[in-house]
Design a protein around this ligand. Structure first.
Ligand SMILES: Nc1ncnc2c1ncn2[C@@H]1O[C@H](COP(=O)(O)OP(=O)(O)OP(=O)(O)O)[C@@H](O)[C@H]1O
Length: 686
């Protein structure tokens, strides 16, 4: 056994030469000033089929009900997928709920129909679909246009000899397959038109999409048949509650309504004060039209939603100062409407000051979302915030931004962040008669004066009989200046009022108008809601894509460079031999790691150590410790880092201390290399 000690800079160089570890290194906050342009030049270009095979082989997830033939858009997660999702959600709870003292909820999935009638989901939670005119196959209208136009642009690029950039290869291959790309050169104006349509496709209404299909002869790529007019399809799964079937209900398509319906209780819990936020992780269901994109579009998925309730007259955020200087990649609506997808790098402070992002609270959440995604391992170079265009946004929303992450299928919305104004609370309050409002004691009471009309009811009734109500209504609707004028006329003895074609003569014994003083010490208002809404399945899948690479020397050796914070297993314990004398040591290390709160697994399978590590590289296990004969004699063990395959060695307890700090994110690998000597003894491990 040979022990070699190397300096920090040598280790750091090895670490930085590897594009994957360089990415991890840079994405930690401490090194965020590094130039990211060198990242993602992986030796082997990304191959989605290899990743899919790995995820299937290692049972990250698989089609549900597979042995019955499966159902599109329904997936089961296996052991590593479940752990990965659980770890992402645990980090989400820490990053959002605990950091900002949010009030956590767990509300029901089954929801009575009146709730979704009131929220507008029954009428409007729909996508546009088109039917193949001959086979009746159903396609989502906007996705059809997107796929066909993108395929034509890919065909044009090929015809012009502009071989797609390596980065686009995967996308182009997929599109060609999906939309039967033919290599045809398009006129320059047509290319511009297509690019402009694609940049703002979300802005088109159903009938407008129908026009696009006719104008550009967009057909079903599977059959080459024409498609019919777009029709709306409601995405909610309908059900009924109770044995009589008389109480219709729906499986919720988002968790948000559960927050709004509990608003009064939450407000009371928060001592009657806003701002505050509620948060919930839970399942949602959407009957997607044609889910064919793996975890990116499914019919049942887990969401994390935050509803931040804020005073509509003050949407500042007390922690905005802390995040002002954070630079985000923004794609605002004006850029998209001009047909471009050019991203602007801008600090959130500047974006809010210039009115590009509507308010500080929305800006604060965009930064927090950005931080969270980078922390769990999303590549910041492939993350942008896209603002909704006017038609894309709900009519009541004040502003809306999507965190989009680039993957092999293009840019995909993974988090929506909307300012929903007062819409939800107002409609539920109007329907139920329950006041969903904040009552705020004013520091200084507001004193106002105004003219108040008072009828002598007996006299009015006697004089005008049934028309008395008409007269009272007309006076009641008068504004301040009309009342002042009427008061002046009455002071002269008599006045005349017209209402609905009738004339009423009035005298001071019938109506008096007096100036009165009013003191208001309570302000009542419906709070506005800022809503960040996360889909964990989409985040998990894009994270797997961003983490996947193959070793330079062997394309068959896939690695998932998941950061320790989310990796399903943090440490692999590898006894070099199955001999019984190793057992007490394996037990000891395993117990010590468990006590340190580190999830580890023992791999004592009867296979070579290299194969055991390779298997765990595919599972994203960031660290491995090897126990060999020297360990039994000297109580030392080696520590291997997944991405560099570098190894260190030290006394068992020292290695566990360093490991604990690595897993908790207190130190990174280069720092660990300063704490323990390098080991290059038994090279067979790789
Ligand atoms: N069918 C789905 N499958 C997986 N995740 C989804 C699905 N629909 C929505 N999500 C997730 O829930 C989040 C919030 O939902 P939201 O209603 O804003 O999505 P959406 O605008 O309907 O998405 P899309 O336009 O892609 O259908 C999304 O950002 C996404 O992460």
């Amino acid at each position: 056994m040979r022990v070699r000690s190397i300096g920090f800079s040598t280790t750091l160089c090895t670490y930085l030469r590897n594009p994957r570890t360089l990415h991890l290194f840079i994405s930690t906050r401490r090194y965020s000033h590094f130039d990211m342009s060198v990242v993602n030049k992986s030796v082997h270009p990304f191959d989605k089929s290899r990743l899919d095979a790995l995820l299937n082989r290692r049972f990250f997830y698989a089609p549900a009900f597979e042995i019955y033939g499966g159902v599109a858009g329904l997936y089961d997660y296996g052991p590593p997928g479940s752990s990965l999702q659980a770890n992402i959600m645990a980090e989400w709870r820490k990053h959002f709920i605990i950091e900002d003292h949010m009030l956590e909820l767990d509300t029901t999935i089954m929801t009575p129909a009146p709730v979704f009638e009131t929220s507008g989901h029954v009428a409007r939670f729909a996508d546009w679909m088109v039917k193949d005119t001959k086979t009746g196959d159903v396609l989502r209208a906007d996705h059809l246009v997107k796929n066909v136009l993108e395929a034509r642009l890919a065909g044009d690029r090929e015809a012009r000899g502009l071989a797609a950039q390596p980065k686009d290869d995967e996308k182009d291959k997929k599109r060609k397959k999906k939309a039967k790309t033919v290599v045809v050169q398009l006129a320059d104006e047509v290319v511009k038109e297509f690019e402009s349509i694609l940049a703002q496709l979300d802005n088109y209404s159903g009938p407008e999409i129908g026009e696009l299909c006719r104008k550009y002869d967009i057909r079903n790529p599977d059959t080459d048949n024409e498609v019919g007019e777009p029709q709306q399809f409601n995405l909610m799964f309908a059900s009924s509650i109770g044995p009589t079937g008389q109480h219709p209900g729906y499986l919720r398509p988002e968790t948000a309504q559960g927050h709004f319906l509990n608003f009064s209780r939450l407000l009371e819990f928060n001592n009657g004060r806003v701002p505050f936020a509620s948060a919930q992780i839970g399942r949602s269901f959407r009957n997607e039209i044609s889910p064919r994109a793996g975890l990116l579009r499914v019919r049942e998925f887990t969401m994390g939603e935050i509803e931040h309730f804020v005073d509509p007259e003050d949407k500042s955020h007390e922690k905005f100062r802390e995040v002002r200087d954070t630079v985000l990649s923004l794609l605002d609506r004006h850029v998209q409407v001009s047909g471009s997808t050019q991203i602007t790098q801008m600090t959130i402070g500047e974006a809010v000051d210039k009115g590009i992002v509507a308010n500080e609270t929305l800006g604060y959440f965009l930064v927090r979302i950005n931080l969270f995604l980078i922390k769990i391992g999303i590549n910041p170079k492939r993350l942008r915030f896209r603002q909704h265009m006017a038609n894309e946004m709900a009519h009541y929303a004040a502003d809306c931004w999507d965190a989009e992450i680039e993957n092999a299928t293009g840019w995909t919305e993974c988090v929506g962040c909307a300012d929903r104004a007062a819409y939800d609370l107002s409609v539920h309050s109007a329907r139920t008669g329950q006041p969903l409002v904040v009552r705020q004691a004013l520091k200084e009471p507001i004193v106002t004066e105004r003219e108040v009309p008072e009828f002598n009811k007996k006299v009015v009734g006697k004089t005008y009989g049934r028309d008395a109500g008409l007269l009272q209504k007309a006076v009641g609707e008068m504004d301040e200046s009309q009342l002042t004028k009427l008061k002046g006329e009455l002071a002269q003895g008599q006045a005349t009022i017209s209402a609905e074609g009738k004339e009423f003569a009035i005298t001071p014994n019938l109506l008096t108008i007096e100036r009165k003083t009013f003191k208001q010490s309570i302000r009542e208002f419906t709070p506005n809601v800022i809503e960040p809404s996360f889909g964990f399945g989409r985040i998990l899948y894009t994270l797997l894509e961003h983490s996947f690479w193959c070793r330079e020397q062997d394309i068959e050796r896939g690695v998932l460079s998941l950061p320790p914070v989310v990796a399903p297993t943090k440490v692999l314990i590898v006894p070099l031999s199955a001999k019984e004398e190793f057992n007490p040591l394996v037990q000891e290390v395993s117990t010590k790691l468990r006590k340190a709160g580190i999830f580890s697994r023992v791999d004592d399978s009867n296979t070579s150590i290299g194969k055991r590590y390779a298997r765990n590289d595919e599972l994203g296990t960031p660290f491995g410790v090897t126990l060999d004969f020297a360990s039994v004699q000297n109580r030392t063990m080696t520590l291997r880092e997944r991405d560099t395959t570098d190894q260190l060695i030290g006394p068992i307890d020292d290695v566990i201390t360093v490991l604990t700090e690595l897993v908790q994110g207190i130190i990174d690998w280069p720092a660990a290399c300063k704490r323990l000597p390098a080991y290059d003894g038994v090279q067979a491990v790789d």
